[in-house]
Design a protein. Structure first.
Length: 117
């Protein structure tokens, strides 16, 4: 599966964005999906995940209650809704896919989110 992330941009603190990840192929519904982010000079870290069915979701503590992950298997899309953004949310956001939870073999190219104070 090939992934293409989009939707990043410059936003003021307190604002919102919606990131999208488009997947190619007809087997998208088999994949668990995840968003990671990498801030400047830091390691890539987990942000949120959603199971193939969309039933189970998981979030990193720093984004709980502010970010929400969703997917539309009919459209081969996964979304990350970013709300109440903070400057520390500034990062390149990556979507990834895997057939086994916790093992993500396919990665998109990343989309940059910049939050100004």
């Amino acid at each position: 599966v090939q992934l293409q992330a989009s939707g990043g941009g410059l936003v003021q603190a307190g604002g919102s964005l919606r990131l999208s990840c488009t997947a190619s192929g007809r087997t998208f519904s088999r994949y668990h999906m995840v968003w990671f982010r990498q801030a400047p000079g830091k390691e890539r870290v987990f942000v949120a995940s959603i199971t193939s069915s969309g039933i189970y979701k998981n979030y990193a503590e720093p984004v709980k209650g502010r970010f929400f992950i969703s997917r539309d298997n009919a459209k081969n899309m996964v979304y990350l809704h970013l709300n109440i953004l903070k400057p520390e949310d500034t990062a390149v956001y990556y979507c990834a896919a895997g057939e086994n939870i916790g093992v993500y073999d396919y990665w998109g190219q990343g989309t940059l989110v910049t939050v100004s104070s």
